[in-house]
Design a protein around this ligand. Structure first.
Ligand SMILES: Nc1ncnc2c1ncn2[C@@H]1O[C@H](COP(=O)(O)OP(=O)(O)OP(=O)(O)O)[C@@H](O)[C@H]1O
Ligand SMILES: [Mg+2]
Length: 393
């Protein structure tokens, strides 16, 4: 723990608070005090607290109730609570521990014992914080590895997407070069009339007028593709920011363009003016790339597949529905598809991580993702719902 540990002492007797402070402050802890349960809960929400040291018998809200509330709140449940009580009865001690308290000391306590118990609990807390941080970092690395693997499977198609503008940039540049050389030799040769030169210039300007425009357009197309690859593959930001789902969907479609364009028509119904979601946009894009690529793979055997993407907002959620008209999902596999490494594809096409990572990402954003077969026609439907924190409040 790099910062000075903060201990919240809660007791309705000021003399007890002074005693706790006198025992613990010299140990290098920052002590904050509360004389009742409500003040204690308020302080827990307004400032960083690493440990709570609390009496049991207090008027209005007793220590057990305060502990129950601390443990029921996702923002405070991990803070260790130590009871210091004059209730020297094992049934109270059991009750405190059952409520989630880390320890129970009986008054009068030995200062050295209190210091040792507090130190132990703080060390346990520091280790579990570290473990949690490591687990979150591993999860981020796994998501990133899957993103790179997806990009790998799209790489051949993306290279093809780049090759196309590159080849016409090359042809137009060649054409410009040849025509400019022709003009140059005409201008340096003797006996060419003014009229003939003017005509040659005019022909050049007319015939080659489109070439620079097409070269710029092609170069721009390549820049856009490169930028979407760069954004998709980098480690990315950790914070969640307001993100437009429409932008995520469009970026994902652009990365999947080559996987879709030969056999799939994309039918988009994206409602305008939707609220943003507070999210990691790169991870949401990853979810949509997975869904679109799965749909493209599922419709592989079809000459005319349709990928329908609908985006709307209702009851505080943005909902994206992705439907295809492939073979659908075997009913007995509807649960299994979410398991890591479940795949019906060969090793070159799929690793089976796409949907399990996608579910992890959506749930980490307090959203839902589900799969079902379509009722009207053959095909699969995936629904992603994410909560909106409206900016129009
Ligand atoms: N749109 C769909 N239609 C039919 N089956 C699907 C569809 N989407 C997913 N599936 C099934 O779910 C399985 C798991 O999908 P998932 O995306 O997790 O892995 P994958 O696509 O096989 O491999 P990858 O790790 O490359 O994504 C697929 O192998 C496929 O059998
Ligand atoms: Mg997949």
């Amino acid at each position: 723990m790099n910062q000075q540990p903060v201990i919240l002492c809660v007791d309705n007797e000021p003399i007890n608070l002074s005693l706790m402070e006198a025992v613990l402050a010299p140990q290098g802890f920052l002590i904050v005090l509360a004389q009742d349960g409500k003040t204690a809960l308020d302080r827990l929400h307004s400032e960083r607290v690493d440990l709570v040291l609390m009496d049991v018998m207090m008027p209005e809200m007793d220590g057990f109730e305060v502990c129950r509330r601390i443990k029921a709140d996702s923002a405070t449940w991990a803070i260790p609570v130590l009871f210091v009580s004059s209730l020297n009865d094992s049934s109270f001690e059991i009750m405190g521990l059952e409520l989630g308290a880390a320890d129970y000391l009986v008054k009068p306590f030995s200062p050295a014992v209190l210091q040792a118990r507090v130190k132990t609990q703080l060390e346990i807390k520091a280790h579990s914080d570290l473990l949690e941080e490591l687990a979150a970092e591993r999860a981020r690395q796994l998501i990133h590895a899957e993103r790179l693997s997806t990009l790998g499977t799209l790489a051949a198609g993306i290279a093809h997407e780049i090759n196309n503008p590159l080849s016409y940039i090359f042809s137009y540049a060649q054409m410009l070069l040849t025509d400019m050389q022709k003009l140059k030799s005409l201008m340096t040769s003797h006996g060419v009339s003014e009229t003939a030169l003017r005509r040659a210039w005019q022909d050049f300007l007319e015939q080659d007028a489109e070439a620079p425009v097409n070269i710029a357009e092609g170069a721009n197309r390549i820049l856009v593709i490169m930028e979407s690859i760069r954004k998709f593959s980098c480690q990315g930001q950790r914070e969640k920011v307001p993100v437009s789902m429409v932008v995520c969907i469009e970026n994902a479609l652009s990365l999947c363009n080559n996987a879709l364009k030969y056999h799939v028509t994309v039918d988009k119904k994206l409602a305008p003016g939707l609220d943003p979601v507070i999210a990691n946009g790169q991870q949401l894009e990853q979810v949509f790339v997975n869904l679109f690529k799965n749909a493209a793979d599922a419709m592989d055997a079809k000459k005319k597949g349709t990928l329908s993407i609908t985006l709307d907002q209702a009851n505080g959620f943005i909902r994206c529905t992705v439907e295809d008209n492939g073979p659908g999902i075997e009913p007995q596999q509807l649960e299994a598809i979410w398991q890591p490494f479940f795949t019906t594809k060969d090793a070159q096409t799929g690793t089976g991580l796409g949907l399990s990572i996608s579910r992890g990402i959506i749930e980490e954003h307090q959203g839902r993702i589900l799969a079902e077969n379509r009722e009207d026609v053959q095909g699969a439907r995936f629904v992603v719902e994410l909560p909106v924190r409206s900016t129009k409040q």
